[in-house]
Ligand binder design. Structure first.
Ligand SMILES: Cc1ncc(COP(=O)(O)O)c(C=O)c1O
Length: 454
């Protein structure tokens, strides 16, 4: 057996994959990615592909950012690991916290707490939100409200606020006190086709839920500025500003889960800036280190930080943190990443070339009989496939059409991601205009090939 065949067999035998049936991996072997350069990857068989997935919304600087690589190597030589628990720190953690807070000063951020990934960043935010209210004497404020279709990672807190029951079902019962309201989803909602009206209605649903629960029991509302894993759902422009007002009116904290949208993906440095609002806590990961080394961060607004800093009761110690919080190698990678984001104007590129991607792929709604809706902003885009366009009948989970489109794209040299009926694109944010046009060419041909075969 060749080394490559052995690798594939060992994968099926020994490795369990996230969000996959262990046995399914034996039948259909995963794509094994062996090498990366710029926005391109090569599979273990030597097949070259444009990385339409960006690692997993993460490889924002592509796969050969030498500045990040050099920072990692230098840090390994200087100090491979030290912790940041009470009483200790290290230079990279301090420099990164200062750099990140400086970057987010216009958003009202005062401090940051590090972790090892997006799920950690969410967990940290949920716990800080509860502690904030306890410190202020509002001890009953423990509930969380979130959106259906929202995704907030896989820890017990994040899972409890997730809006997709597929991610929750096998692990229930979850955290008590988590409630879900409708996503402002223009393509699929029972209310209206008018975006601004939908924004108002869905914001009102939040207010109604807060009032129904009792405002003095609600700790926070958590949402993604643009939903990613749920199928790239972009809310109407008035939604987040209205949500901000409602949260303020009822003393509810607003947690922006920016694990996907943070650091430029929407064409703005942060998703909250896209909507012209600030949050009280931000969950950050993925793009913070361009995926080179795992890192999560929870950014804390001055409003929240002040309550902790001013506490005289002794209850403000944060009883939370990870061995690898602000891991020096990850912090070094993030410092180099943040410098590159600014030097290359990464959000600007995402906005410019993203607009071309959005414009071109939206045509699929007209040209392809089974594309119901193409939506997105910047360099995040979802293509929802349907059974019947006129009635918007969802494509059944059992349909093999999405997988066939992905396979056609793969064969033509483009890696995409399928999530239910959605094809999701999240390429590196440094992708060039030529590469974006190539991505669109390949995808158009892939949809046309599947359509011709039906
Ligand atoms: C919005 C959002 N929050 C949280 C997470 C969890 O991040 P991680 O997989 O790094 O734990 C993700 C992952 O995709 C995400 O998209």
């Amino acid at each position: 057996m060749s080394t490559i065949e052995q690798l594939k067999q060992d994968n099926a035998e020994f490795q369990w994959h996230p969000m996959a049936h262990p046995a399914a991996m034996k039948k259909s072997k995963p794509d094994i990615v062996a090498r990366g350069e710029g926005c391109w990857i090569w599979d273990v068989d030597g097949h070259k592909l444009l990385d339409g997935v960006g690692g997993l919304w993460a490889s924002n600087l592509g796969h050969s950012a030498t500045a990040v690589r050099d920072a990692i190597v230098a840090q390994l030589d200087e100090l491979p690991f030290y912790n940041t628990f009470r009483g200790t720190s290290h230079p990279r953690a301090i420099e990164l916290s200062a750099q990140l807070v400086k970057m987010m000063e216009p958003d009202g951020v005062a401090s940051v707490m590090f972790s090892s990934g997006g799920s950690d960043a969410v967990e940290t935010a949920l716990k800080l939100a509860r502690q904030y209210h306890k410190l202020r004497g509002e001890k009953d404020r423990f509930k969380f409200i979130s959106l259906r279709q929202g995704y907030h990672g896989v820890h017990f807190g994040g899972m409890s606020v997730n809006g997709n029951t597929n991610f929750r079902r096998a692990y229930e019962p979850l955290l008590p006190g988590c409630f879900h309201i409708d996503t402002p989803w223009l393509y699929r909602n029972p209310y209206t086709n008018d975006p601004l009206e939908l924004g108002e209605i869905c914001a009102e649903l939040l207010e109604r839920e807060i009032v129904f629960q009792g405002p003095d029991t609600v700790a926070a509302f958590i949402a993604e500025p643009v939903q990613g894993a749920g199928g790239v759902i972009v809310p109407p422009a008035n939604y987040w500003p209205l949500v901000r007002k409602i949260c303020d009116k009822h003393g509810v904290l607003l947690i922006a889960d920016e694990v996907v949208t943070g650091f430029g993906r929407t064409g703005h440095l942060f998703g909250t800036r896209l909507w012209g609002v600030t949050a009280d806590l931000w969950c950050l990961a993925k793009g913070i280190s361009s995926g080179y080394v795992p890192l999560g961060a929870t950014a804390i607004s001055a409003k929240v930080a002040q309550v902790f800093n001013d506490d005289k009761s002794g209850q403000a110690a944060v009883g939370h943190g990870y061995t690898y919080s602000a891991h020096p190698v990850a912090a070094a990678a993030a410092l180099a990443t943040l410098a590159q984001i600014q030097a290359l104007d990464v959000p600007g590129n995402a906005g410019r070339v993203g607009a071309v991607m959005q414009e071109r792929l939206r045509q699929l709604e007209k040209t392809c009989s089974f594309v119901g809706n193409v939506r997105g902003v910047g360099l995040m885009l979802g293509i929802e496939m349907v059974d019947d366009k006129a009635t918007r009948t969802p494509m059944p989970r059992s349909s093999d059409i999405p997988a066939r489109v992905a396979k056609e794209a793969y064969q033509r040299g483009l890696m995409v991601r399928i999530s239910g009926p959605n094809l999701i694109l999240s390429p590196p944010l440094v992708i060039s205009l030529d590469e974006v046009n190539h991505l669109c060419d390949v995808l158009e041909a892939s949809f046309a090939a599947v359509e011709a075969s039906l």
